[in-house]
Write a protein that binds this ligand. Structure first.
Ligand code: COA
Length: 164
């Protein structure tokens, strides 16, 4: 269990460790390099992009007892629904419940904001991630194709928030 983990929602960008967030994203997605096609956009992320995202979206940080950032999830307002992306946990702490905690916090936030569903995209190759999101109440709601591909490359998943 993620007992010593706190979830925070920074509002001041000067207090966000954007470099650490980039490092976590690159480390967390590194072992998908030879699995997903096309490569994950998380590999190309940089501080400039995250600062821009911070000005638009809601960021949740997971911090350990020493206030070190060990995970992140981003939530975009997409009208009647919310969309979560760039969920990543420090690989050294994988499997400790931090991912679950981040997803539940993001869903609580979106539900309180009156959103009907939380949505996300997950690559079809990442069956473990699909199972992870199914265990959090998400269902496959559609499929998508990256530009230049002629086959399904990702699933669209959704979790109902209203009435839950
Ligand atoms: C996916 C991710 C965020 C999960 O975070 P985490 O802290 O490791 O997950 P948790 O400890 O909360 O795990 C929750 C459950 O899902 C399971 N699980 C997590 N990732 C899994 C995977 N890839 N394959 C199979 N099961 C997985 C865990 O075993 C656990 O099950 P349990 O509660 O029955 O023991 C994390 O592994 C990660 O950063 N992965 C790389 C980045 C990524 O793929 N992000 C999602 C993009 S769609």
């Amino acid at each position: 269990m993620a007992t010593n983990i706190k979830i925070t929602t920074p509002s001041d960008p000067t207090l966000v460790p954007f470099g650490r967030l980039v490092d976590i994203l690159q480390a967390a997605f590194a072992d998908q390099d030879d699995i997903v096609d096309p490569p994950s956009s998380a590999k190309l992320v940089d501080v400039v992009e995250l600062k821009w995202r911070f000005s638009r979206d809601q960021l949740f940080l997971a911090q350990d007892a020493a206030a070190r950032v060990v995970g992140q999830i981003w939530v975009e307002d997409v009208g009647k629904d919310a969309y979560l992306y760039k969920l990543a946990v420090d690989p050294a702490l994988k499997g400790g419940g931090i991912g679950k905690l981040l997803v539940e916090t993001a869903c609580d936030y979106a539900k309180k904001a009156g959103k009907d569903n939380m949505r996300l995209h997950v690559r079809i190759e990442l069956v473990g991630n699909v199972a992870f999101f199914e265990s959090r109440g998400f269902e496959v709601a559609g499929e998508g194709i990256h530009d230049g591909f002629e086959r399904t490359t990702f699933w669209k998943m959704a979790r109902r928030l209203s009435g839950s």
